[in-house]
Design a protein around this ligand. Structure first.
Ligand SMILES: Cc1cc2nc3c(=O)[nH]c(=O)nc-3n(C[C@H](O)[C@H](O)[C@H](O)COP(=O)(O)OP(=O)(O)OC[C@H]3O[C@@H](n4cnc5c(N)ncnc54)[C@H](O)[C@@H]3O)c2cc1C
Length: 328
């Protein structure tokens, strides 16, 4: 086993998930103490064009599995591809973004590799050969610390924005190693017939650095347009509480929380959201939280960095106007 740290580069339609670059920086830092280097695992179809930005993101070597079978994410072919890279690269640790794809993939790869696995970590460090992983548990009520034995492959999925990506090193280069894909009949059995996009062109809450969320108090789908306007100015995404989704103001794909999506943006703006424990489970890891609520003892204020006790329908338009003015 080499001392290198391998990062799974998540890409869809040729667009790399920003969290992948955060993990390349983390891998570089960890590799400094293992005496190895940060390496990347790039899987997809026609992804050769992405190797330069992966090198500029800090990978010293990039393993590429490029095959038409990998054009869209499917668990079995992707698992086979990542396992083929692991066989070639023999890394000490594999880092994967905590995303729908990352959670699915990491668990399957770990099972095939008999690896130690920690999902949804907010922090990882090394204690000798062992990987120490910190992760929120029980809807964020407590933090668990786990030690993954260095006697076997260690795999960790890491939340978006838990680590900062270094500035890209323009012109950096990395060795590129092509790895062939070999699929069994079972790997190919599940086919995608059709993908019906529900929100084309609109950023997903898990991918944005800024999330503007609305609660039941938004009162209608139409009123959510104000949040879309603000989110667009901040290059962000719109989220919602379960109450807002259940009321039909937003699709459930935008729900943040225990039974929705977990987000860790740089900025989370909660508009008229009470702060039930199930909602907090999905957003309390955000770097800066701004809460707008008319009720001064709303639980959301217990986790907020900035609290605004006022009517969202008064503040949101003012905020939007001011940001538009500042942006010229
Ligand atoms: C098993 C389970 C799983 C759940 N999973 C989730 C989940 O994933 N995500 C989730 O969000 N919830 C989840 N819930 C529901 C959760 O318990 C709450 O019911 C829900 O989060 C409440 O949504 P809300 O804050 O929008 O609504 P409310 O509780 O109705 O709060 C509305 C808030 O808006 C404020 N307000 C009203 N008018 C204004 C105004 N004009 N300006 C500013 N503020 C205003 C009020 O003061 C209040 O604080 C789950 C519940 C269960 C039991």
């Amino acid at each position: 086993m080499a001392n290198n740290i391998l990062v799974f580069i998540e890409q869809r339609d040729g667009k790399i998930l920003p969290a992948s670059f955060q993990l390349l920086t983390l891998a570089g830092d960890l590799a400094a103490s293992t005496g190895g280097q940060a390496e990347a695992c790039l899987v997809g179809s026609s992804v050769d064009g992405l190797t330069q930005s992966v090198a500029e993101g800090g990978a010293k070597k990039t393993y590429v599995v490029d095959d038409a079978e990998l054009a869209m994410y499917r668990a079995m072919p992707y698992t086979a591809a990542v396992c083929a890279v692991i066989a070639e690269a023999a890394p000490k640790i594999v880092l994967v973004p905590t995303s729908a794809m990352g959670r699915d993939l990491a668990a399957r790869v770990a099972a095939r590799q008999r690896a130690a696995l920690a999902i949804d970590c907010t922090e990882v460090s090394l204690d000798g050969d062992d990987l120490l992983a910190t992760k929120p548990m029980y809807a964020g009520k407590l933090t668990g610390k786990f030690s993954l034995s260095g006697s076997r492959l260690q795999i960790a999925t890491i939340r978006s924005n838990a680590y900062k990506a270094a500035e890209p090193q323009s012109g950096a280069s990395a060795d590129v190693v092509k790895v062939a894909l070999s699929l069994s009949d079972a790997d190919k059995r599940l086919k995608i017939k059709e993908i019906a996009a529900t929100s084309s062109g609109v950023k997903d809450v898990t991918e944005a650095d800024v999330v503007v969320s609305g609660g039941r108090s938004m009162k209608s789908e139409d009123n959510f347009k104000q949040l879309y306007e603000l989110a667009e100015l901040l290059d962000g995404a719109v989220g919602a509480s379960r109450a807002a989704c259940d009321a039909g103001y937003q699709p459930h794909s935008r729900q943040v929380g225990l039974t929705g999506k977990v987000v860790t943006p740089v900025l989370y703006i909660a508009c008229g959201i009470d702060g039930a424990i199930q909602h907090l489970a999905g957003m309390r890891g955000s770097k800066v939280i701004v809460a707008i609520n008319t009720k001064k003892d709303a639980p959301i204020f217990n986790v907020s960095t900035y609290g605004c006790v006022c009517d969202l329908f008064e503040l949101v338009p003012l905020l939007t106007e001011e940001i538009r003015r500042l942006k010229g």
